[in-house]
Design a binder for this molecule. Structure first.
Ligand code: DAH
Length: 343
């Protein structure tokens, strides 16, 4: 056997042995380049043709080509085997155990404030009211002046708030929505307006610098205090049960005349007096009154022709009472142990 034939055979054997040991696709590629590549060992044999004895030269091409074909076949074979192994390993490692318990999907649920609000909305929408929202950042003019609380009025002190400029503030009440709606002049009006309000209050069990109110406003011809009482009495019975009684105590609000606060009979003891109503038998629930003629005028309505009533309810107060929560802070702390009780 000639020297060249021997050399080609050695190259082929070495390649076969290396391919046999290859355990990764990358390794196969390295072998291919090292043997069959431009500078590969087998290619070098062809390039060394000039040093081969003349009579042998016609054979060299055949030896090299045969060796190349063998090596390529081996490479392909091994590649297919490695691919199959890789796939099997993946299938094994990614098997899904269908007997394992499924991951629990945690469903969210409504916040007690939202539950209470939707209940109030349901009651008033049922009586033909619209639900309207107003801005949380409000003009001093709407929050105070148009509600009969002029500059330097002491009521402004009780409702101190966060001022953005001298005349823009975070609203202290939802009552400014009354002025905004009346100004639009589309009559009659029957609306409630829920939303966030702000006050410079310290946090404690019954106070928060940010809480929610629901405003109510009815404007039409021939609206009387009897309409106010009837409406709010229905509201109380729907919210706290059909046996609930209501009581109106005279009060003062700058934007209503006359004004009142409404108490409901304690739904825990039915009015006998208990720990829940602090022995009173009654629980204060909202402020209300007949819209002040001056407010009507400032909002472009003729008090001789139109009139109506308004009321304001604290949403948190309703939620605390209805769900017997004794600390308002619980509503804002997002403690899942508390919130889960409402799912
Ligand atoms: N805005 C009042 C407050 O925050 C609540 C209120 C009282 C609203 C009487 C009214 C009303 O519409 O008629 O204290």
């Amino acid at each position: 056997m000639s020297e060249t034939e021997n050399k080609v055979r050695e190259i082929e054997e070495k390649a076969a042995e290396e391919i046999g040991r290859a355990d990764a696709m990358e390794r196969l590629n390295e072998i291919r380049v090292a043997v069959l590549g431009k500078k590969g060992t087998l290619t070098q044999v062809l390039k060394g043709m000039k040093d081969v004895p003349k009579e042998e030269r016609p054979m060299v091409g055949k030896w090299v080509n045969d060796a190349r074909a063998h090596i390529e076949a081996r490479l392909e074979e091994t590649k297919a085997r490695l691919e199959a192994e890789r796939l099997n390993a993946r299938l094994a490692s990614e098997t899904i155990d269908v007997t394992l318990p499924a991951k629990k999907q945690k469903m969210g649920h409504r916040h007690p404030n939202t539950i209470a609000l939707e209940e109030v909305e349901r009651i008033f929408v049922g009586m033909g009211y619209e639900v309207i929202e107003g801005p949380e950042i409000e003009y001093d003019e709407y929050n105070f002046t148009k509600l009969n609380i002029p500059a330097n009025h002491p009521a402004k002190d009780e409702q101190d708030t966060f001022y953005i400029t001298d005349d823009i503030l975070l609203r202290t009440q939802t009552s400014p929505v009354q002025a905004r709606i009346m100004e639009q002049g589309k009559l009659p009006i029957r609306m409630i307006s829920p939303g966030r309000v702000f006050r410079a209050d310290e946090v404690d069990a019954t106070h928060s610098p940010s809480f929610h109110q629901i405003e109510g406003l009815v404007i039409d011809k021939d609206i009387t205090f009897a309409d106010l009482k009837g409406t709010l009495d229905v509201f109380a019975k729907e919210l706290f049960g059909p046996d609930t009684k209501t009581k109106f105590r005279p009060h003062h609000f700058p934007f209503t005349e006359p004004s009142a606060e409404m108490d409901v009979s304690c739904f825990k003891c039915g009015g006998k007096g208990c720990r829940f109503c602090k022995g009173e038998g009654w629980i204060e629930i909202l402020g209300c009154g007949m819209v002040h003629p001056h407010v009507l005028e400032m909002c472009g309505l003729d008090p001789e022709e139109y009139g109506g009533f308004a009321f304001g309810v604290g949403l948190e107060r309703i939620a605390l009472l209805k769900y017997e929560i004794d600390d308002m802070r619980l509503l804002y702390e997002n403690d899942i142990r508390f919130l889960n009780q409402f799912s």
